[in-house]
Design a protein around this ligand. Structure first.
Ligand SMILES: [Fe+2]
Length: 263
């Protein structure tokens, strides 16, 4: 089963909106063209090789009118688009805007031999994340209820990325999160956004994946905020019935950065 992850598109209401030198609308479209093949404007429905698309937060850049843009770009896809909020999203507006197929907001979604658990890690008013007791309990109950291979998605990183400024805004109660994960050996993979860079690791047999943004990237291993000049990107997963995972990041360098901006 092939799965696509898109993260941190940071859309605005206007197509010309740009984040740190990248026009986020055209950047997302370029990424999708690479991942899916060019989408003809006249096609009512776009067929899709992926069994699901995971969108791990920061769909908009503090601008809820960006959700309409997101819907117009992905709304014709003939596959589920599973979405969770990030710190730049407005969860109520996002949930309201993304009602109806192909979109799903948070929740748990069984697909094939796997279940996708889409977590809300947003902590209102904070850049960093925190899981509420209710969300931790939902994760635990969901994992207890099904022996299917579990793939967990979240916006905030639950491990240190080796970058001091980013590690100050990760998942604040990561120990509680890992306490739940460690109790359920059928968790196979965990994927997140937020850090705008590629990372792969493993913890107690669980594969870990951070995925670069569909727009601008952060410089890995930097203690201070710094942009990376790498292009927009996305991640592909191959999830197998035996619980193993293959994955690769694809960088889409057909679109030059407009400029390298400083914060
Ligand atoms: Fe982001």
């Amino acid at each position: 089963m092939q799965i696509l992850q898109l993260t941190d598109p940071h859309l605005y209401g206007k197509a010309s909106g740009n984040l740190r030198g990248v026009e986020t609308d055209s950047s997302l479209r370029h990424v999708l063209d690479d991942a899916l093949g060019p989408q003809a404007e006249h096609e009512a429905i776009h067929p899709c090789r992926y069994s699901a698309i995971l969108v791990t937060g920061d769909v908009v850049q503090d601008d809820p009118s960006g959700y309409l843009r997101f819907k117009s770009i992905l709304g014709r896809l003939q596959t589920q688009v599973l979405c969770i909020p990030g710190n730049h999203d407005e969860p109520d507006a996002m949930r309201h805007s993304l009602r109806g197929a192909p979109f799903e907001y948070c929740g748990t979604h069984p697909i094939g031999d796997w279940q996708f658990i889409m977590l809300d890690t947003c902590n209102p008013g904070h850049v960093g994340g925190r899981m509420t007791p209710g969300e931790l309990a939902r994760l635990d109950a969901t994992l207890a209820a099904s022996p299917a291979h579990a793939f967990v998605c979240m916006h905030h990183h639950p491990i240190a990325m080796g970058s001091r400024w980013l590690d100050d805004v990760g998942l604040a109660n990561a120990e509680e999160f890992w306490g739940v994960i460690d109790a359920h050996p059928h968790v196979r993979g965990i994927a997140w956004g937020h850090v705008h860079q590629a990372y792969e690791g493993q913890r107690k047999g669980v594969r870990l994946f951070a995925t670069p943004s569909t727009c601008a990237q952060f410089l890995p291993q930097s203690d201070r905020y710094a942009l990376d000049s790498r292009p927009p990107a996305y991640r592909r997963f191959e999830l197998r019935a035996n619980g193993t995972i293959d994955s690769e990041v694809r960088w889409v360098d057909t679109m030059p950065l407009l400029q390298v901006a400083t914060r």
